[in-house]
Design a protein around this ligand. Structure first.
Ligand SMILES: Nc1ncnc2c1ncn2[C@@H]1O[C@H](COP(=O)(O)OP(=O)(O)OP(=O)(O)O)[C@@H](O)[C@H]1O
Length: 342
């Protein structure tokens, strides 16, 4: 269990982390999300005692991590997988860590096996691929068989196989009852990995809830409808108060009406419908809505997109007028605790 209470970190006159209070519970994968510069790494460093809070506190299993008698048995952390002596083999890297931390030698073989590195254990780690380097970092984190695991952006730069492996591994660790805290700015990845989310923006807590709740509260259910007569259907639905967007692929996105309402209106007017489906926003779309004003270094729309993540991304959809999603998001940002304590 990780507990932060009023955790604050100031660099000069900038608050990198601002009065964060949250609990990371065992048995779940908790995603720690926020745009670039939101304060995720600073928070993780404070949890590990690598940075001192300006005020507030954070404990691991009830006490500050710096007070842990056997740190590697308390927390396993993957913060920077490249921080490894490249001339050493994976085996010797892990053995050195085990010996300096008073951990049994047998753990080296066990964690090599767990992370699928046994076959390459005697090779120089400097020649490892990014994915193998991440596995080695995770093997090191597991050496002390800790109950709490923290991963800072573990899937960055990995191929789909590597991403899937890390995702399943984190889920297994949580399934064993461990506390798994993982930071990421890759929304599509977190949607499939995390049970719970802690979201920060500009150092402040924005949400502390499940993935499902986050999506439901930050997006509006819409209806996708296809018809050979879009003009008539658009006029009909607009007259019933719906907001309609004609998509490039010929479908209409309708907001403000349910799928049965759209179907019934079309039927009564004798308009053929070829597709009618509810659409729930993805985690990424819900995030883009909530953090619209919080990305510290957002490229202009049309700038380089970074995949399914924060920053460098144009909004998922153009802003809608008055009752549109942008308006909804703004209202909520005035109350940063609207999702907290759900
Ligand atoms: N040592 C430092 N000195 C001054 N400012 C810092 C320092 N470390 C971080 N910051 C600032 O604190 C803010 C939070 O940074 P942090 O690295 O924690 O964010 P992050 O959410 O991890 O972002 P990213 O995803 O880009 O790593 C940023 O504005 C950053 O520039």
């Amino acid at each position: 269990m990780i507990e932060a209470r009023g955790l604050t970190k100031r660099y000069g006159d900038k608050k990198a982390v601002d009065d964060l209070t949250f609990t990371v519970r065992p048995g779940l994968v908790t995603g720690f999300l926020g745009p670039n510069g939101a304060g995720k790494s600073t928070t993780m460093r404070m949890i590990l005692g690598l940075d001192a809070p300006t005020s507030g506190s954070v404990t691991v299993n009830g006490r500050p991590y710096t007070k842990a008698v056997a740190p590697m048995r308390e927390v396993g952390a993957l913060i920077d997988a490249k921080a490894i002596h490249g001339g050493r083999s994976a085996y010797h890297h892990l053995l050195a860590l085990a010996q300096t931390n008073n951990l049994p030698r047998r753990r080296v073989g066990e964690v090599l096996e767990l992370t699928g590195l046994t076959q390459v254990a005697r090779k120089r780690s400097g020649g490892f691929s990014l994915g193998m380097g991440q596995r080695l970092g995770i093997a090191a984190a597991l050496l002390g068989d800790p109950q709490v695991l923290m991963f800072d952006e573990p899937v960055n730069g990995l191929d789909p196989d590597g991403i899937r492996w890390i995702r399943e591994f984190m889920r297994t660790l949580a399934g064993e009852g461990r506390t798994v805290f993982v930071s990421s700015h890759l929304m599509s990845e977190m949607e499939h990995t995390a049970d719970h989310l802690i979201v920060i923006g500009r150092g402040r807590l924005q949400a502390d809830c499940s993935v499902k709740e986050f999506i439901e509260r930050n997006s509006e259910l819409s209806v996708t409808v296809r018809t050979p007569d879009p003009g008539s259907l658009m006029r009909l639905l607009a007259a019933s108060g719906a907001r309609i967007e004609a998509r490039g692929d010929g479908a209409l996105t309708v907001r403000g009406l349910t799928p049965p309402q759209v179907g019934d209106l079309a039927f009564d007017a004798g308009i053929r419908v070829h597709e009618l489906a509810p659409h729930q926003a993805s985690l990424e779309e819900a995030f883009m809505e909530m953090t619209r004003d919080q990305v510290e270094y957002r490229a202009s729309a049309g700038g380089p997109a970074s995949g399914s993540g924060f920053g460098g991304q144009p909004p998922a959809e153009p802003p809608l007028p008055s009752r549109g999603r942008r308006g909804r998001g703004r209202d909520r940002q005035d109350d940063p605790h609207h999702l907290i304590g759900a």
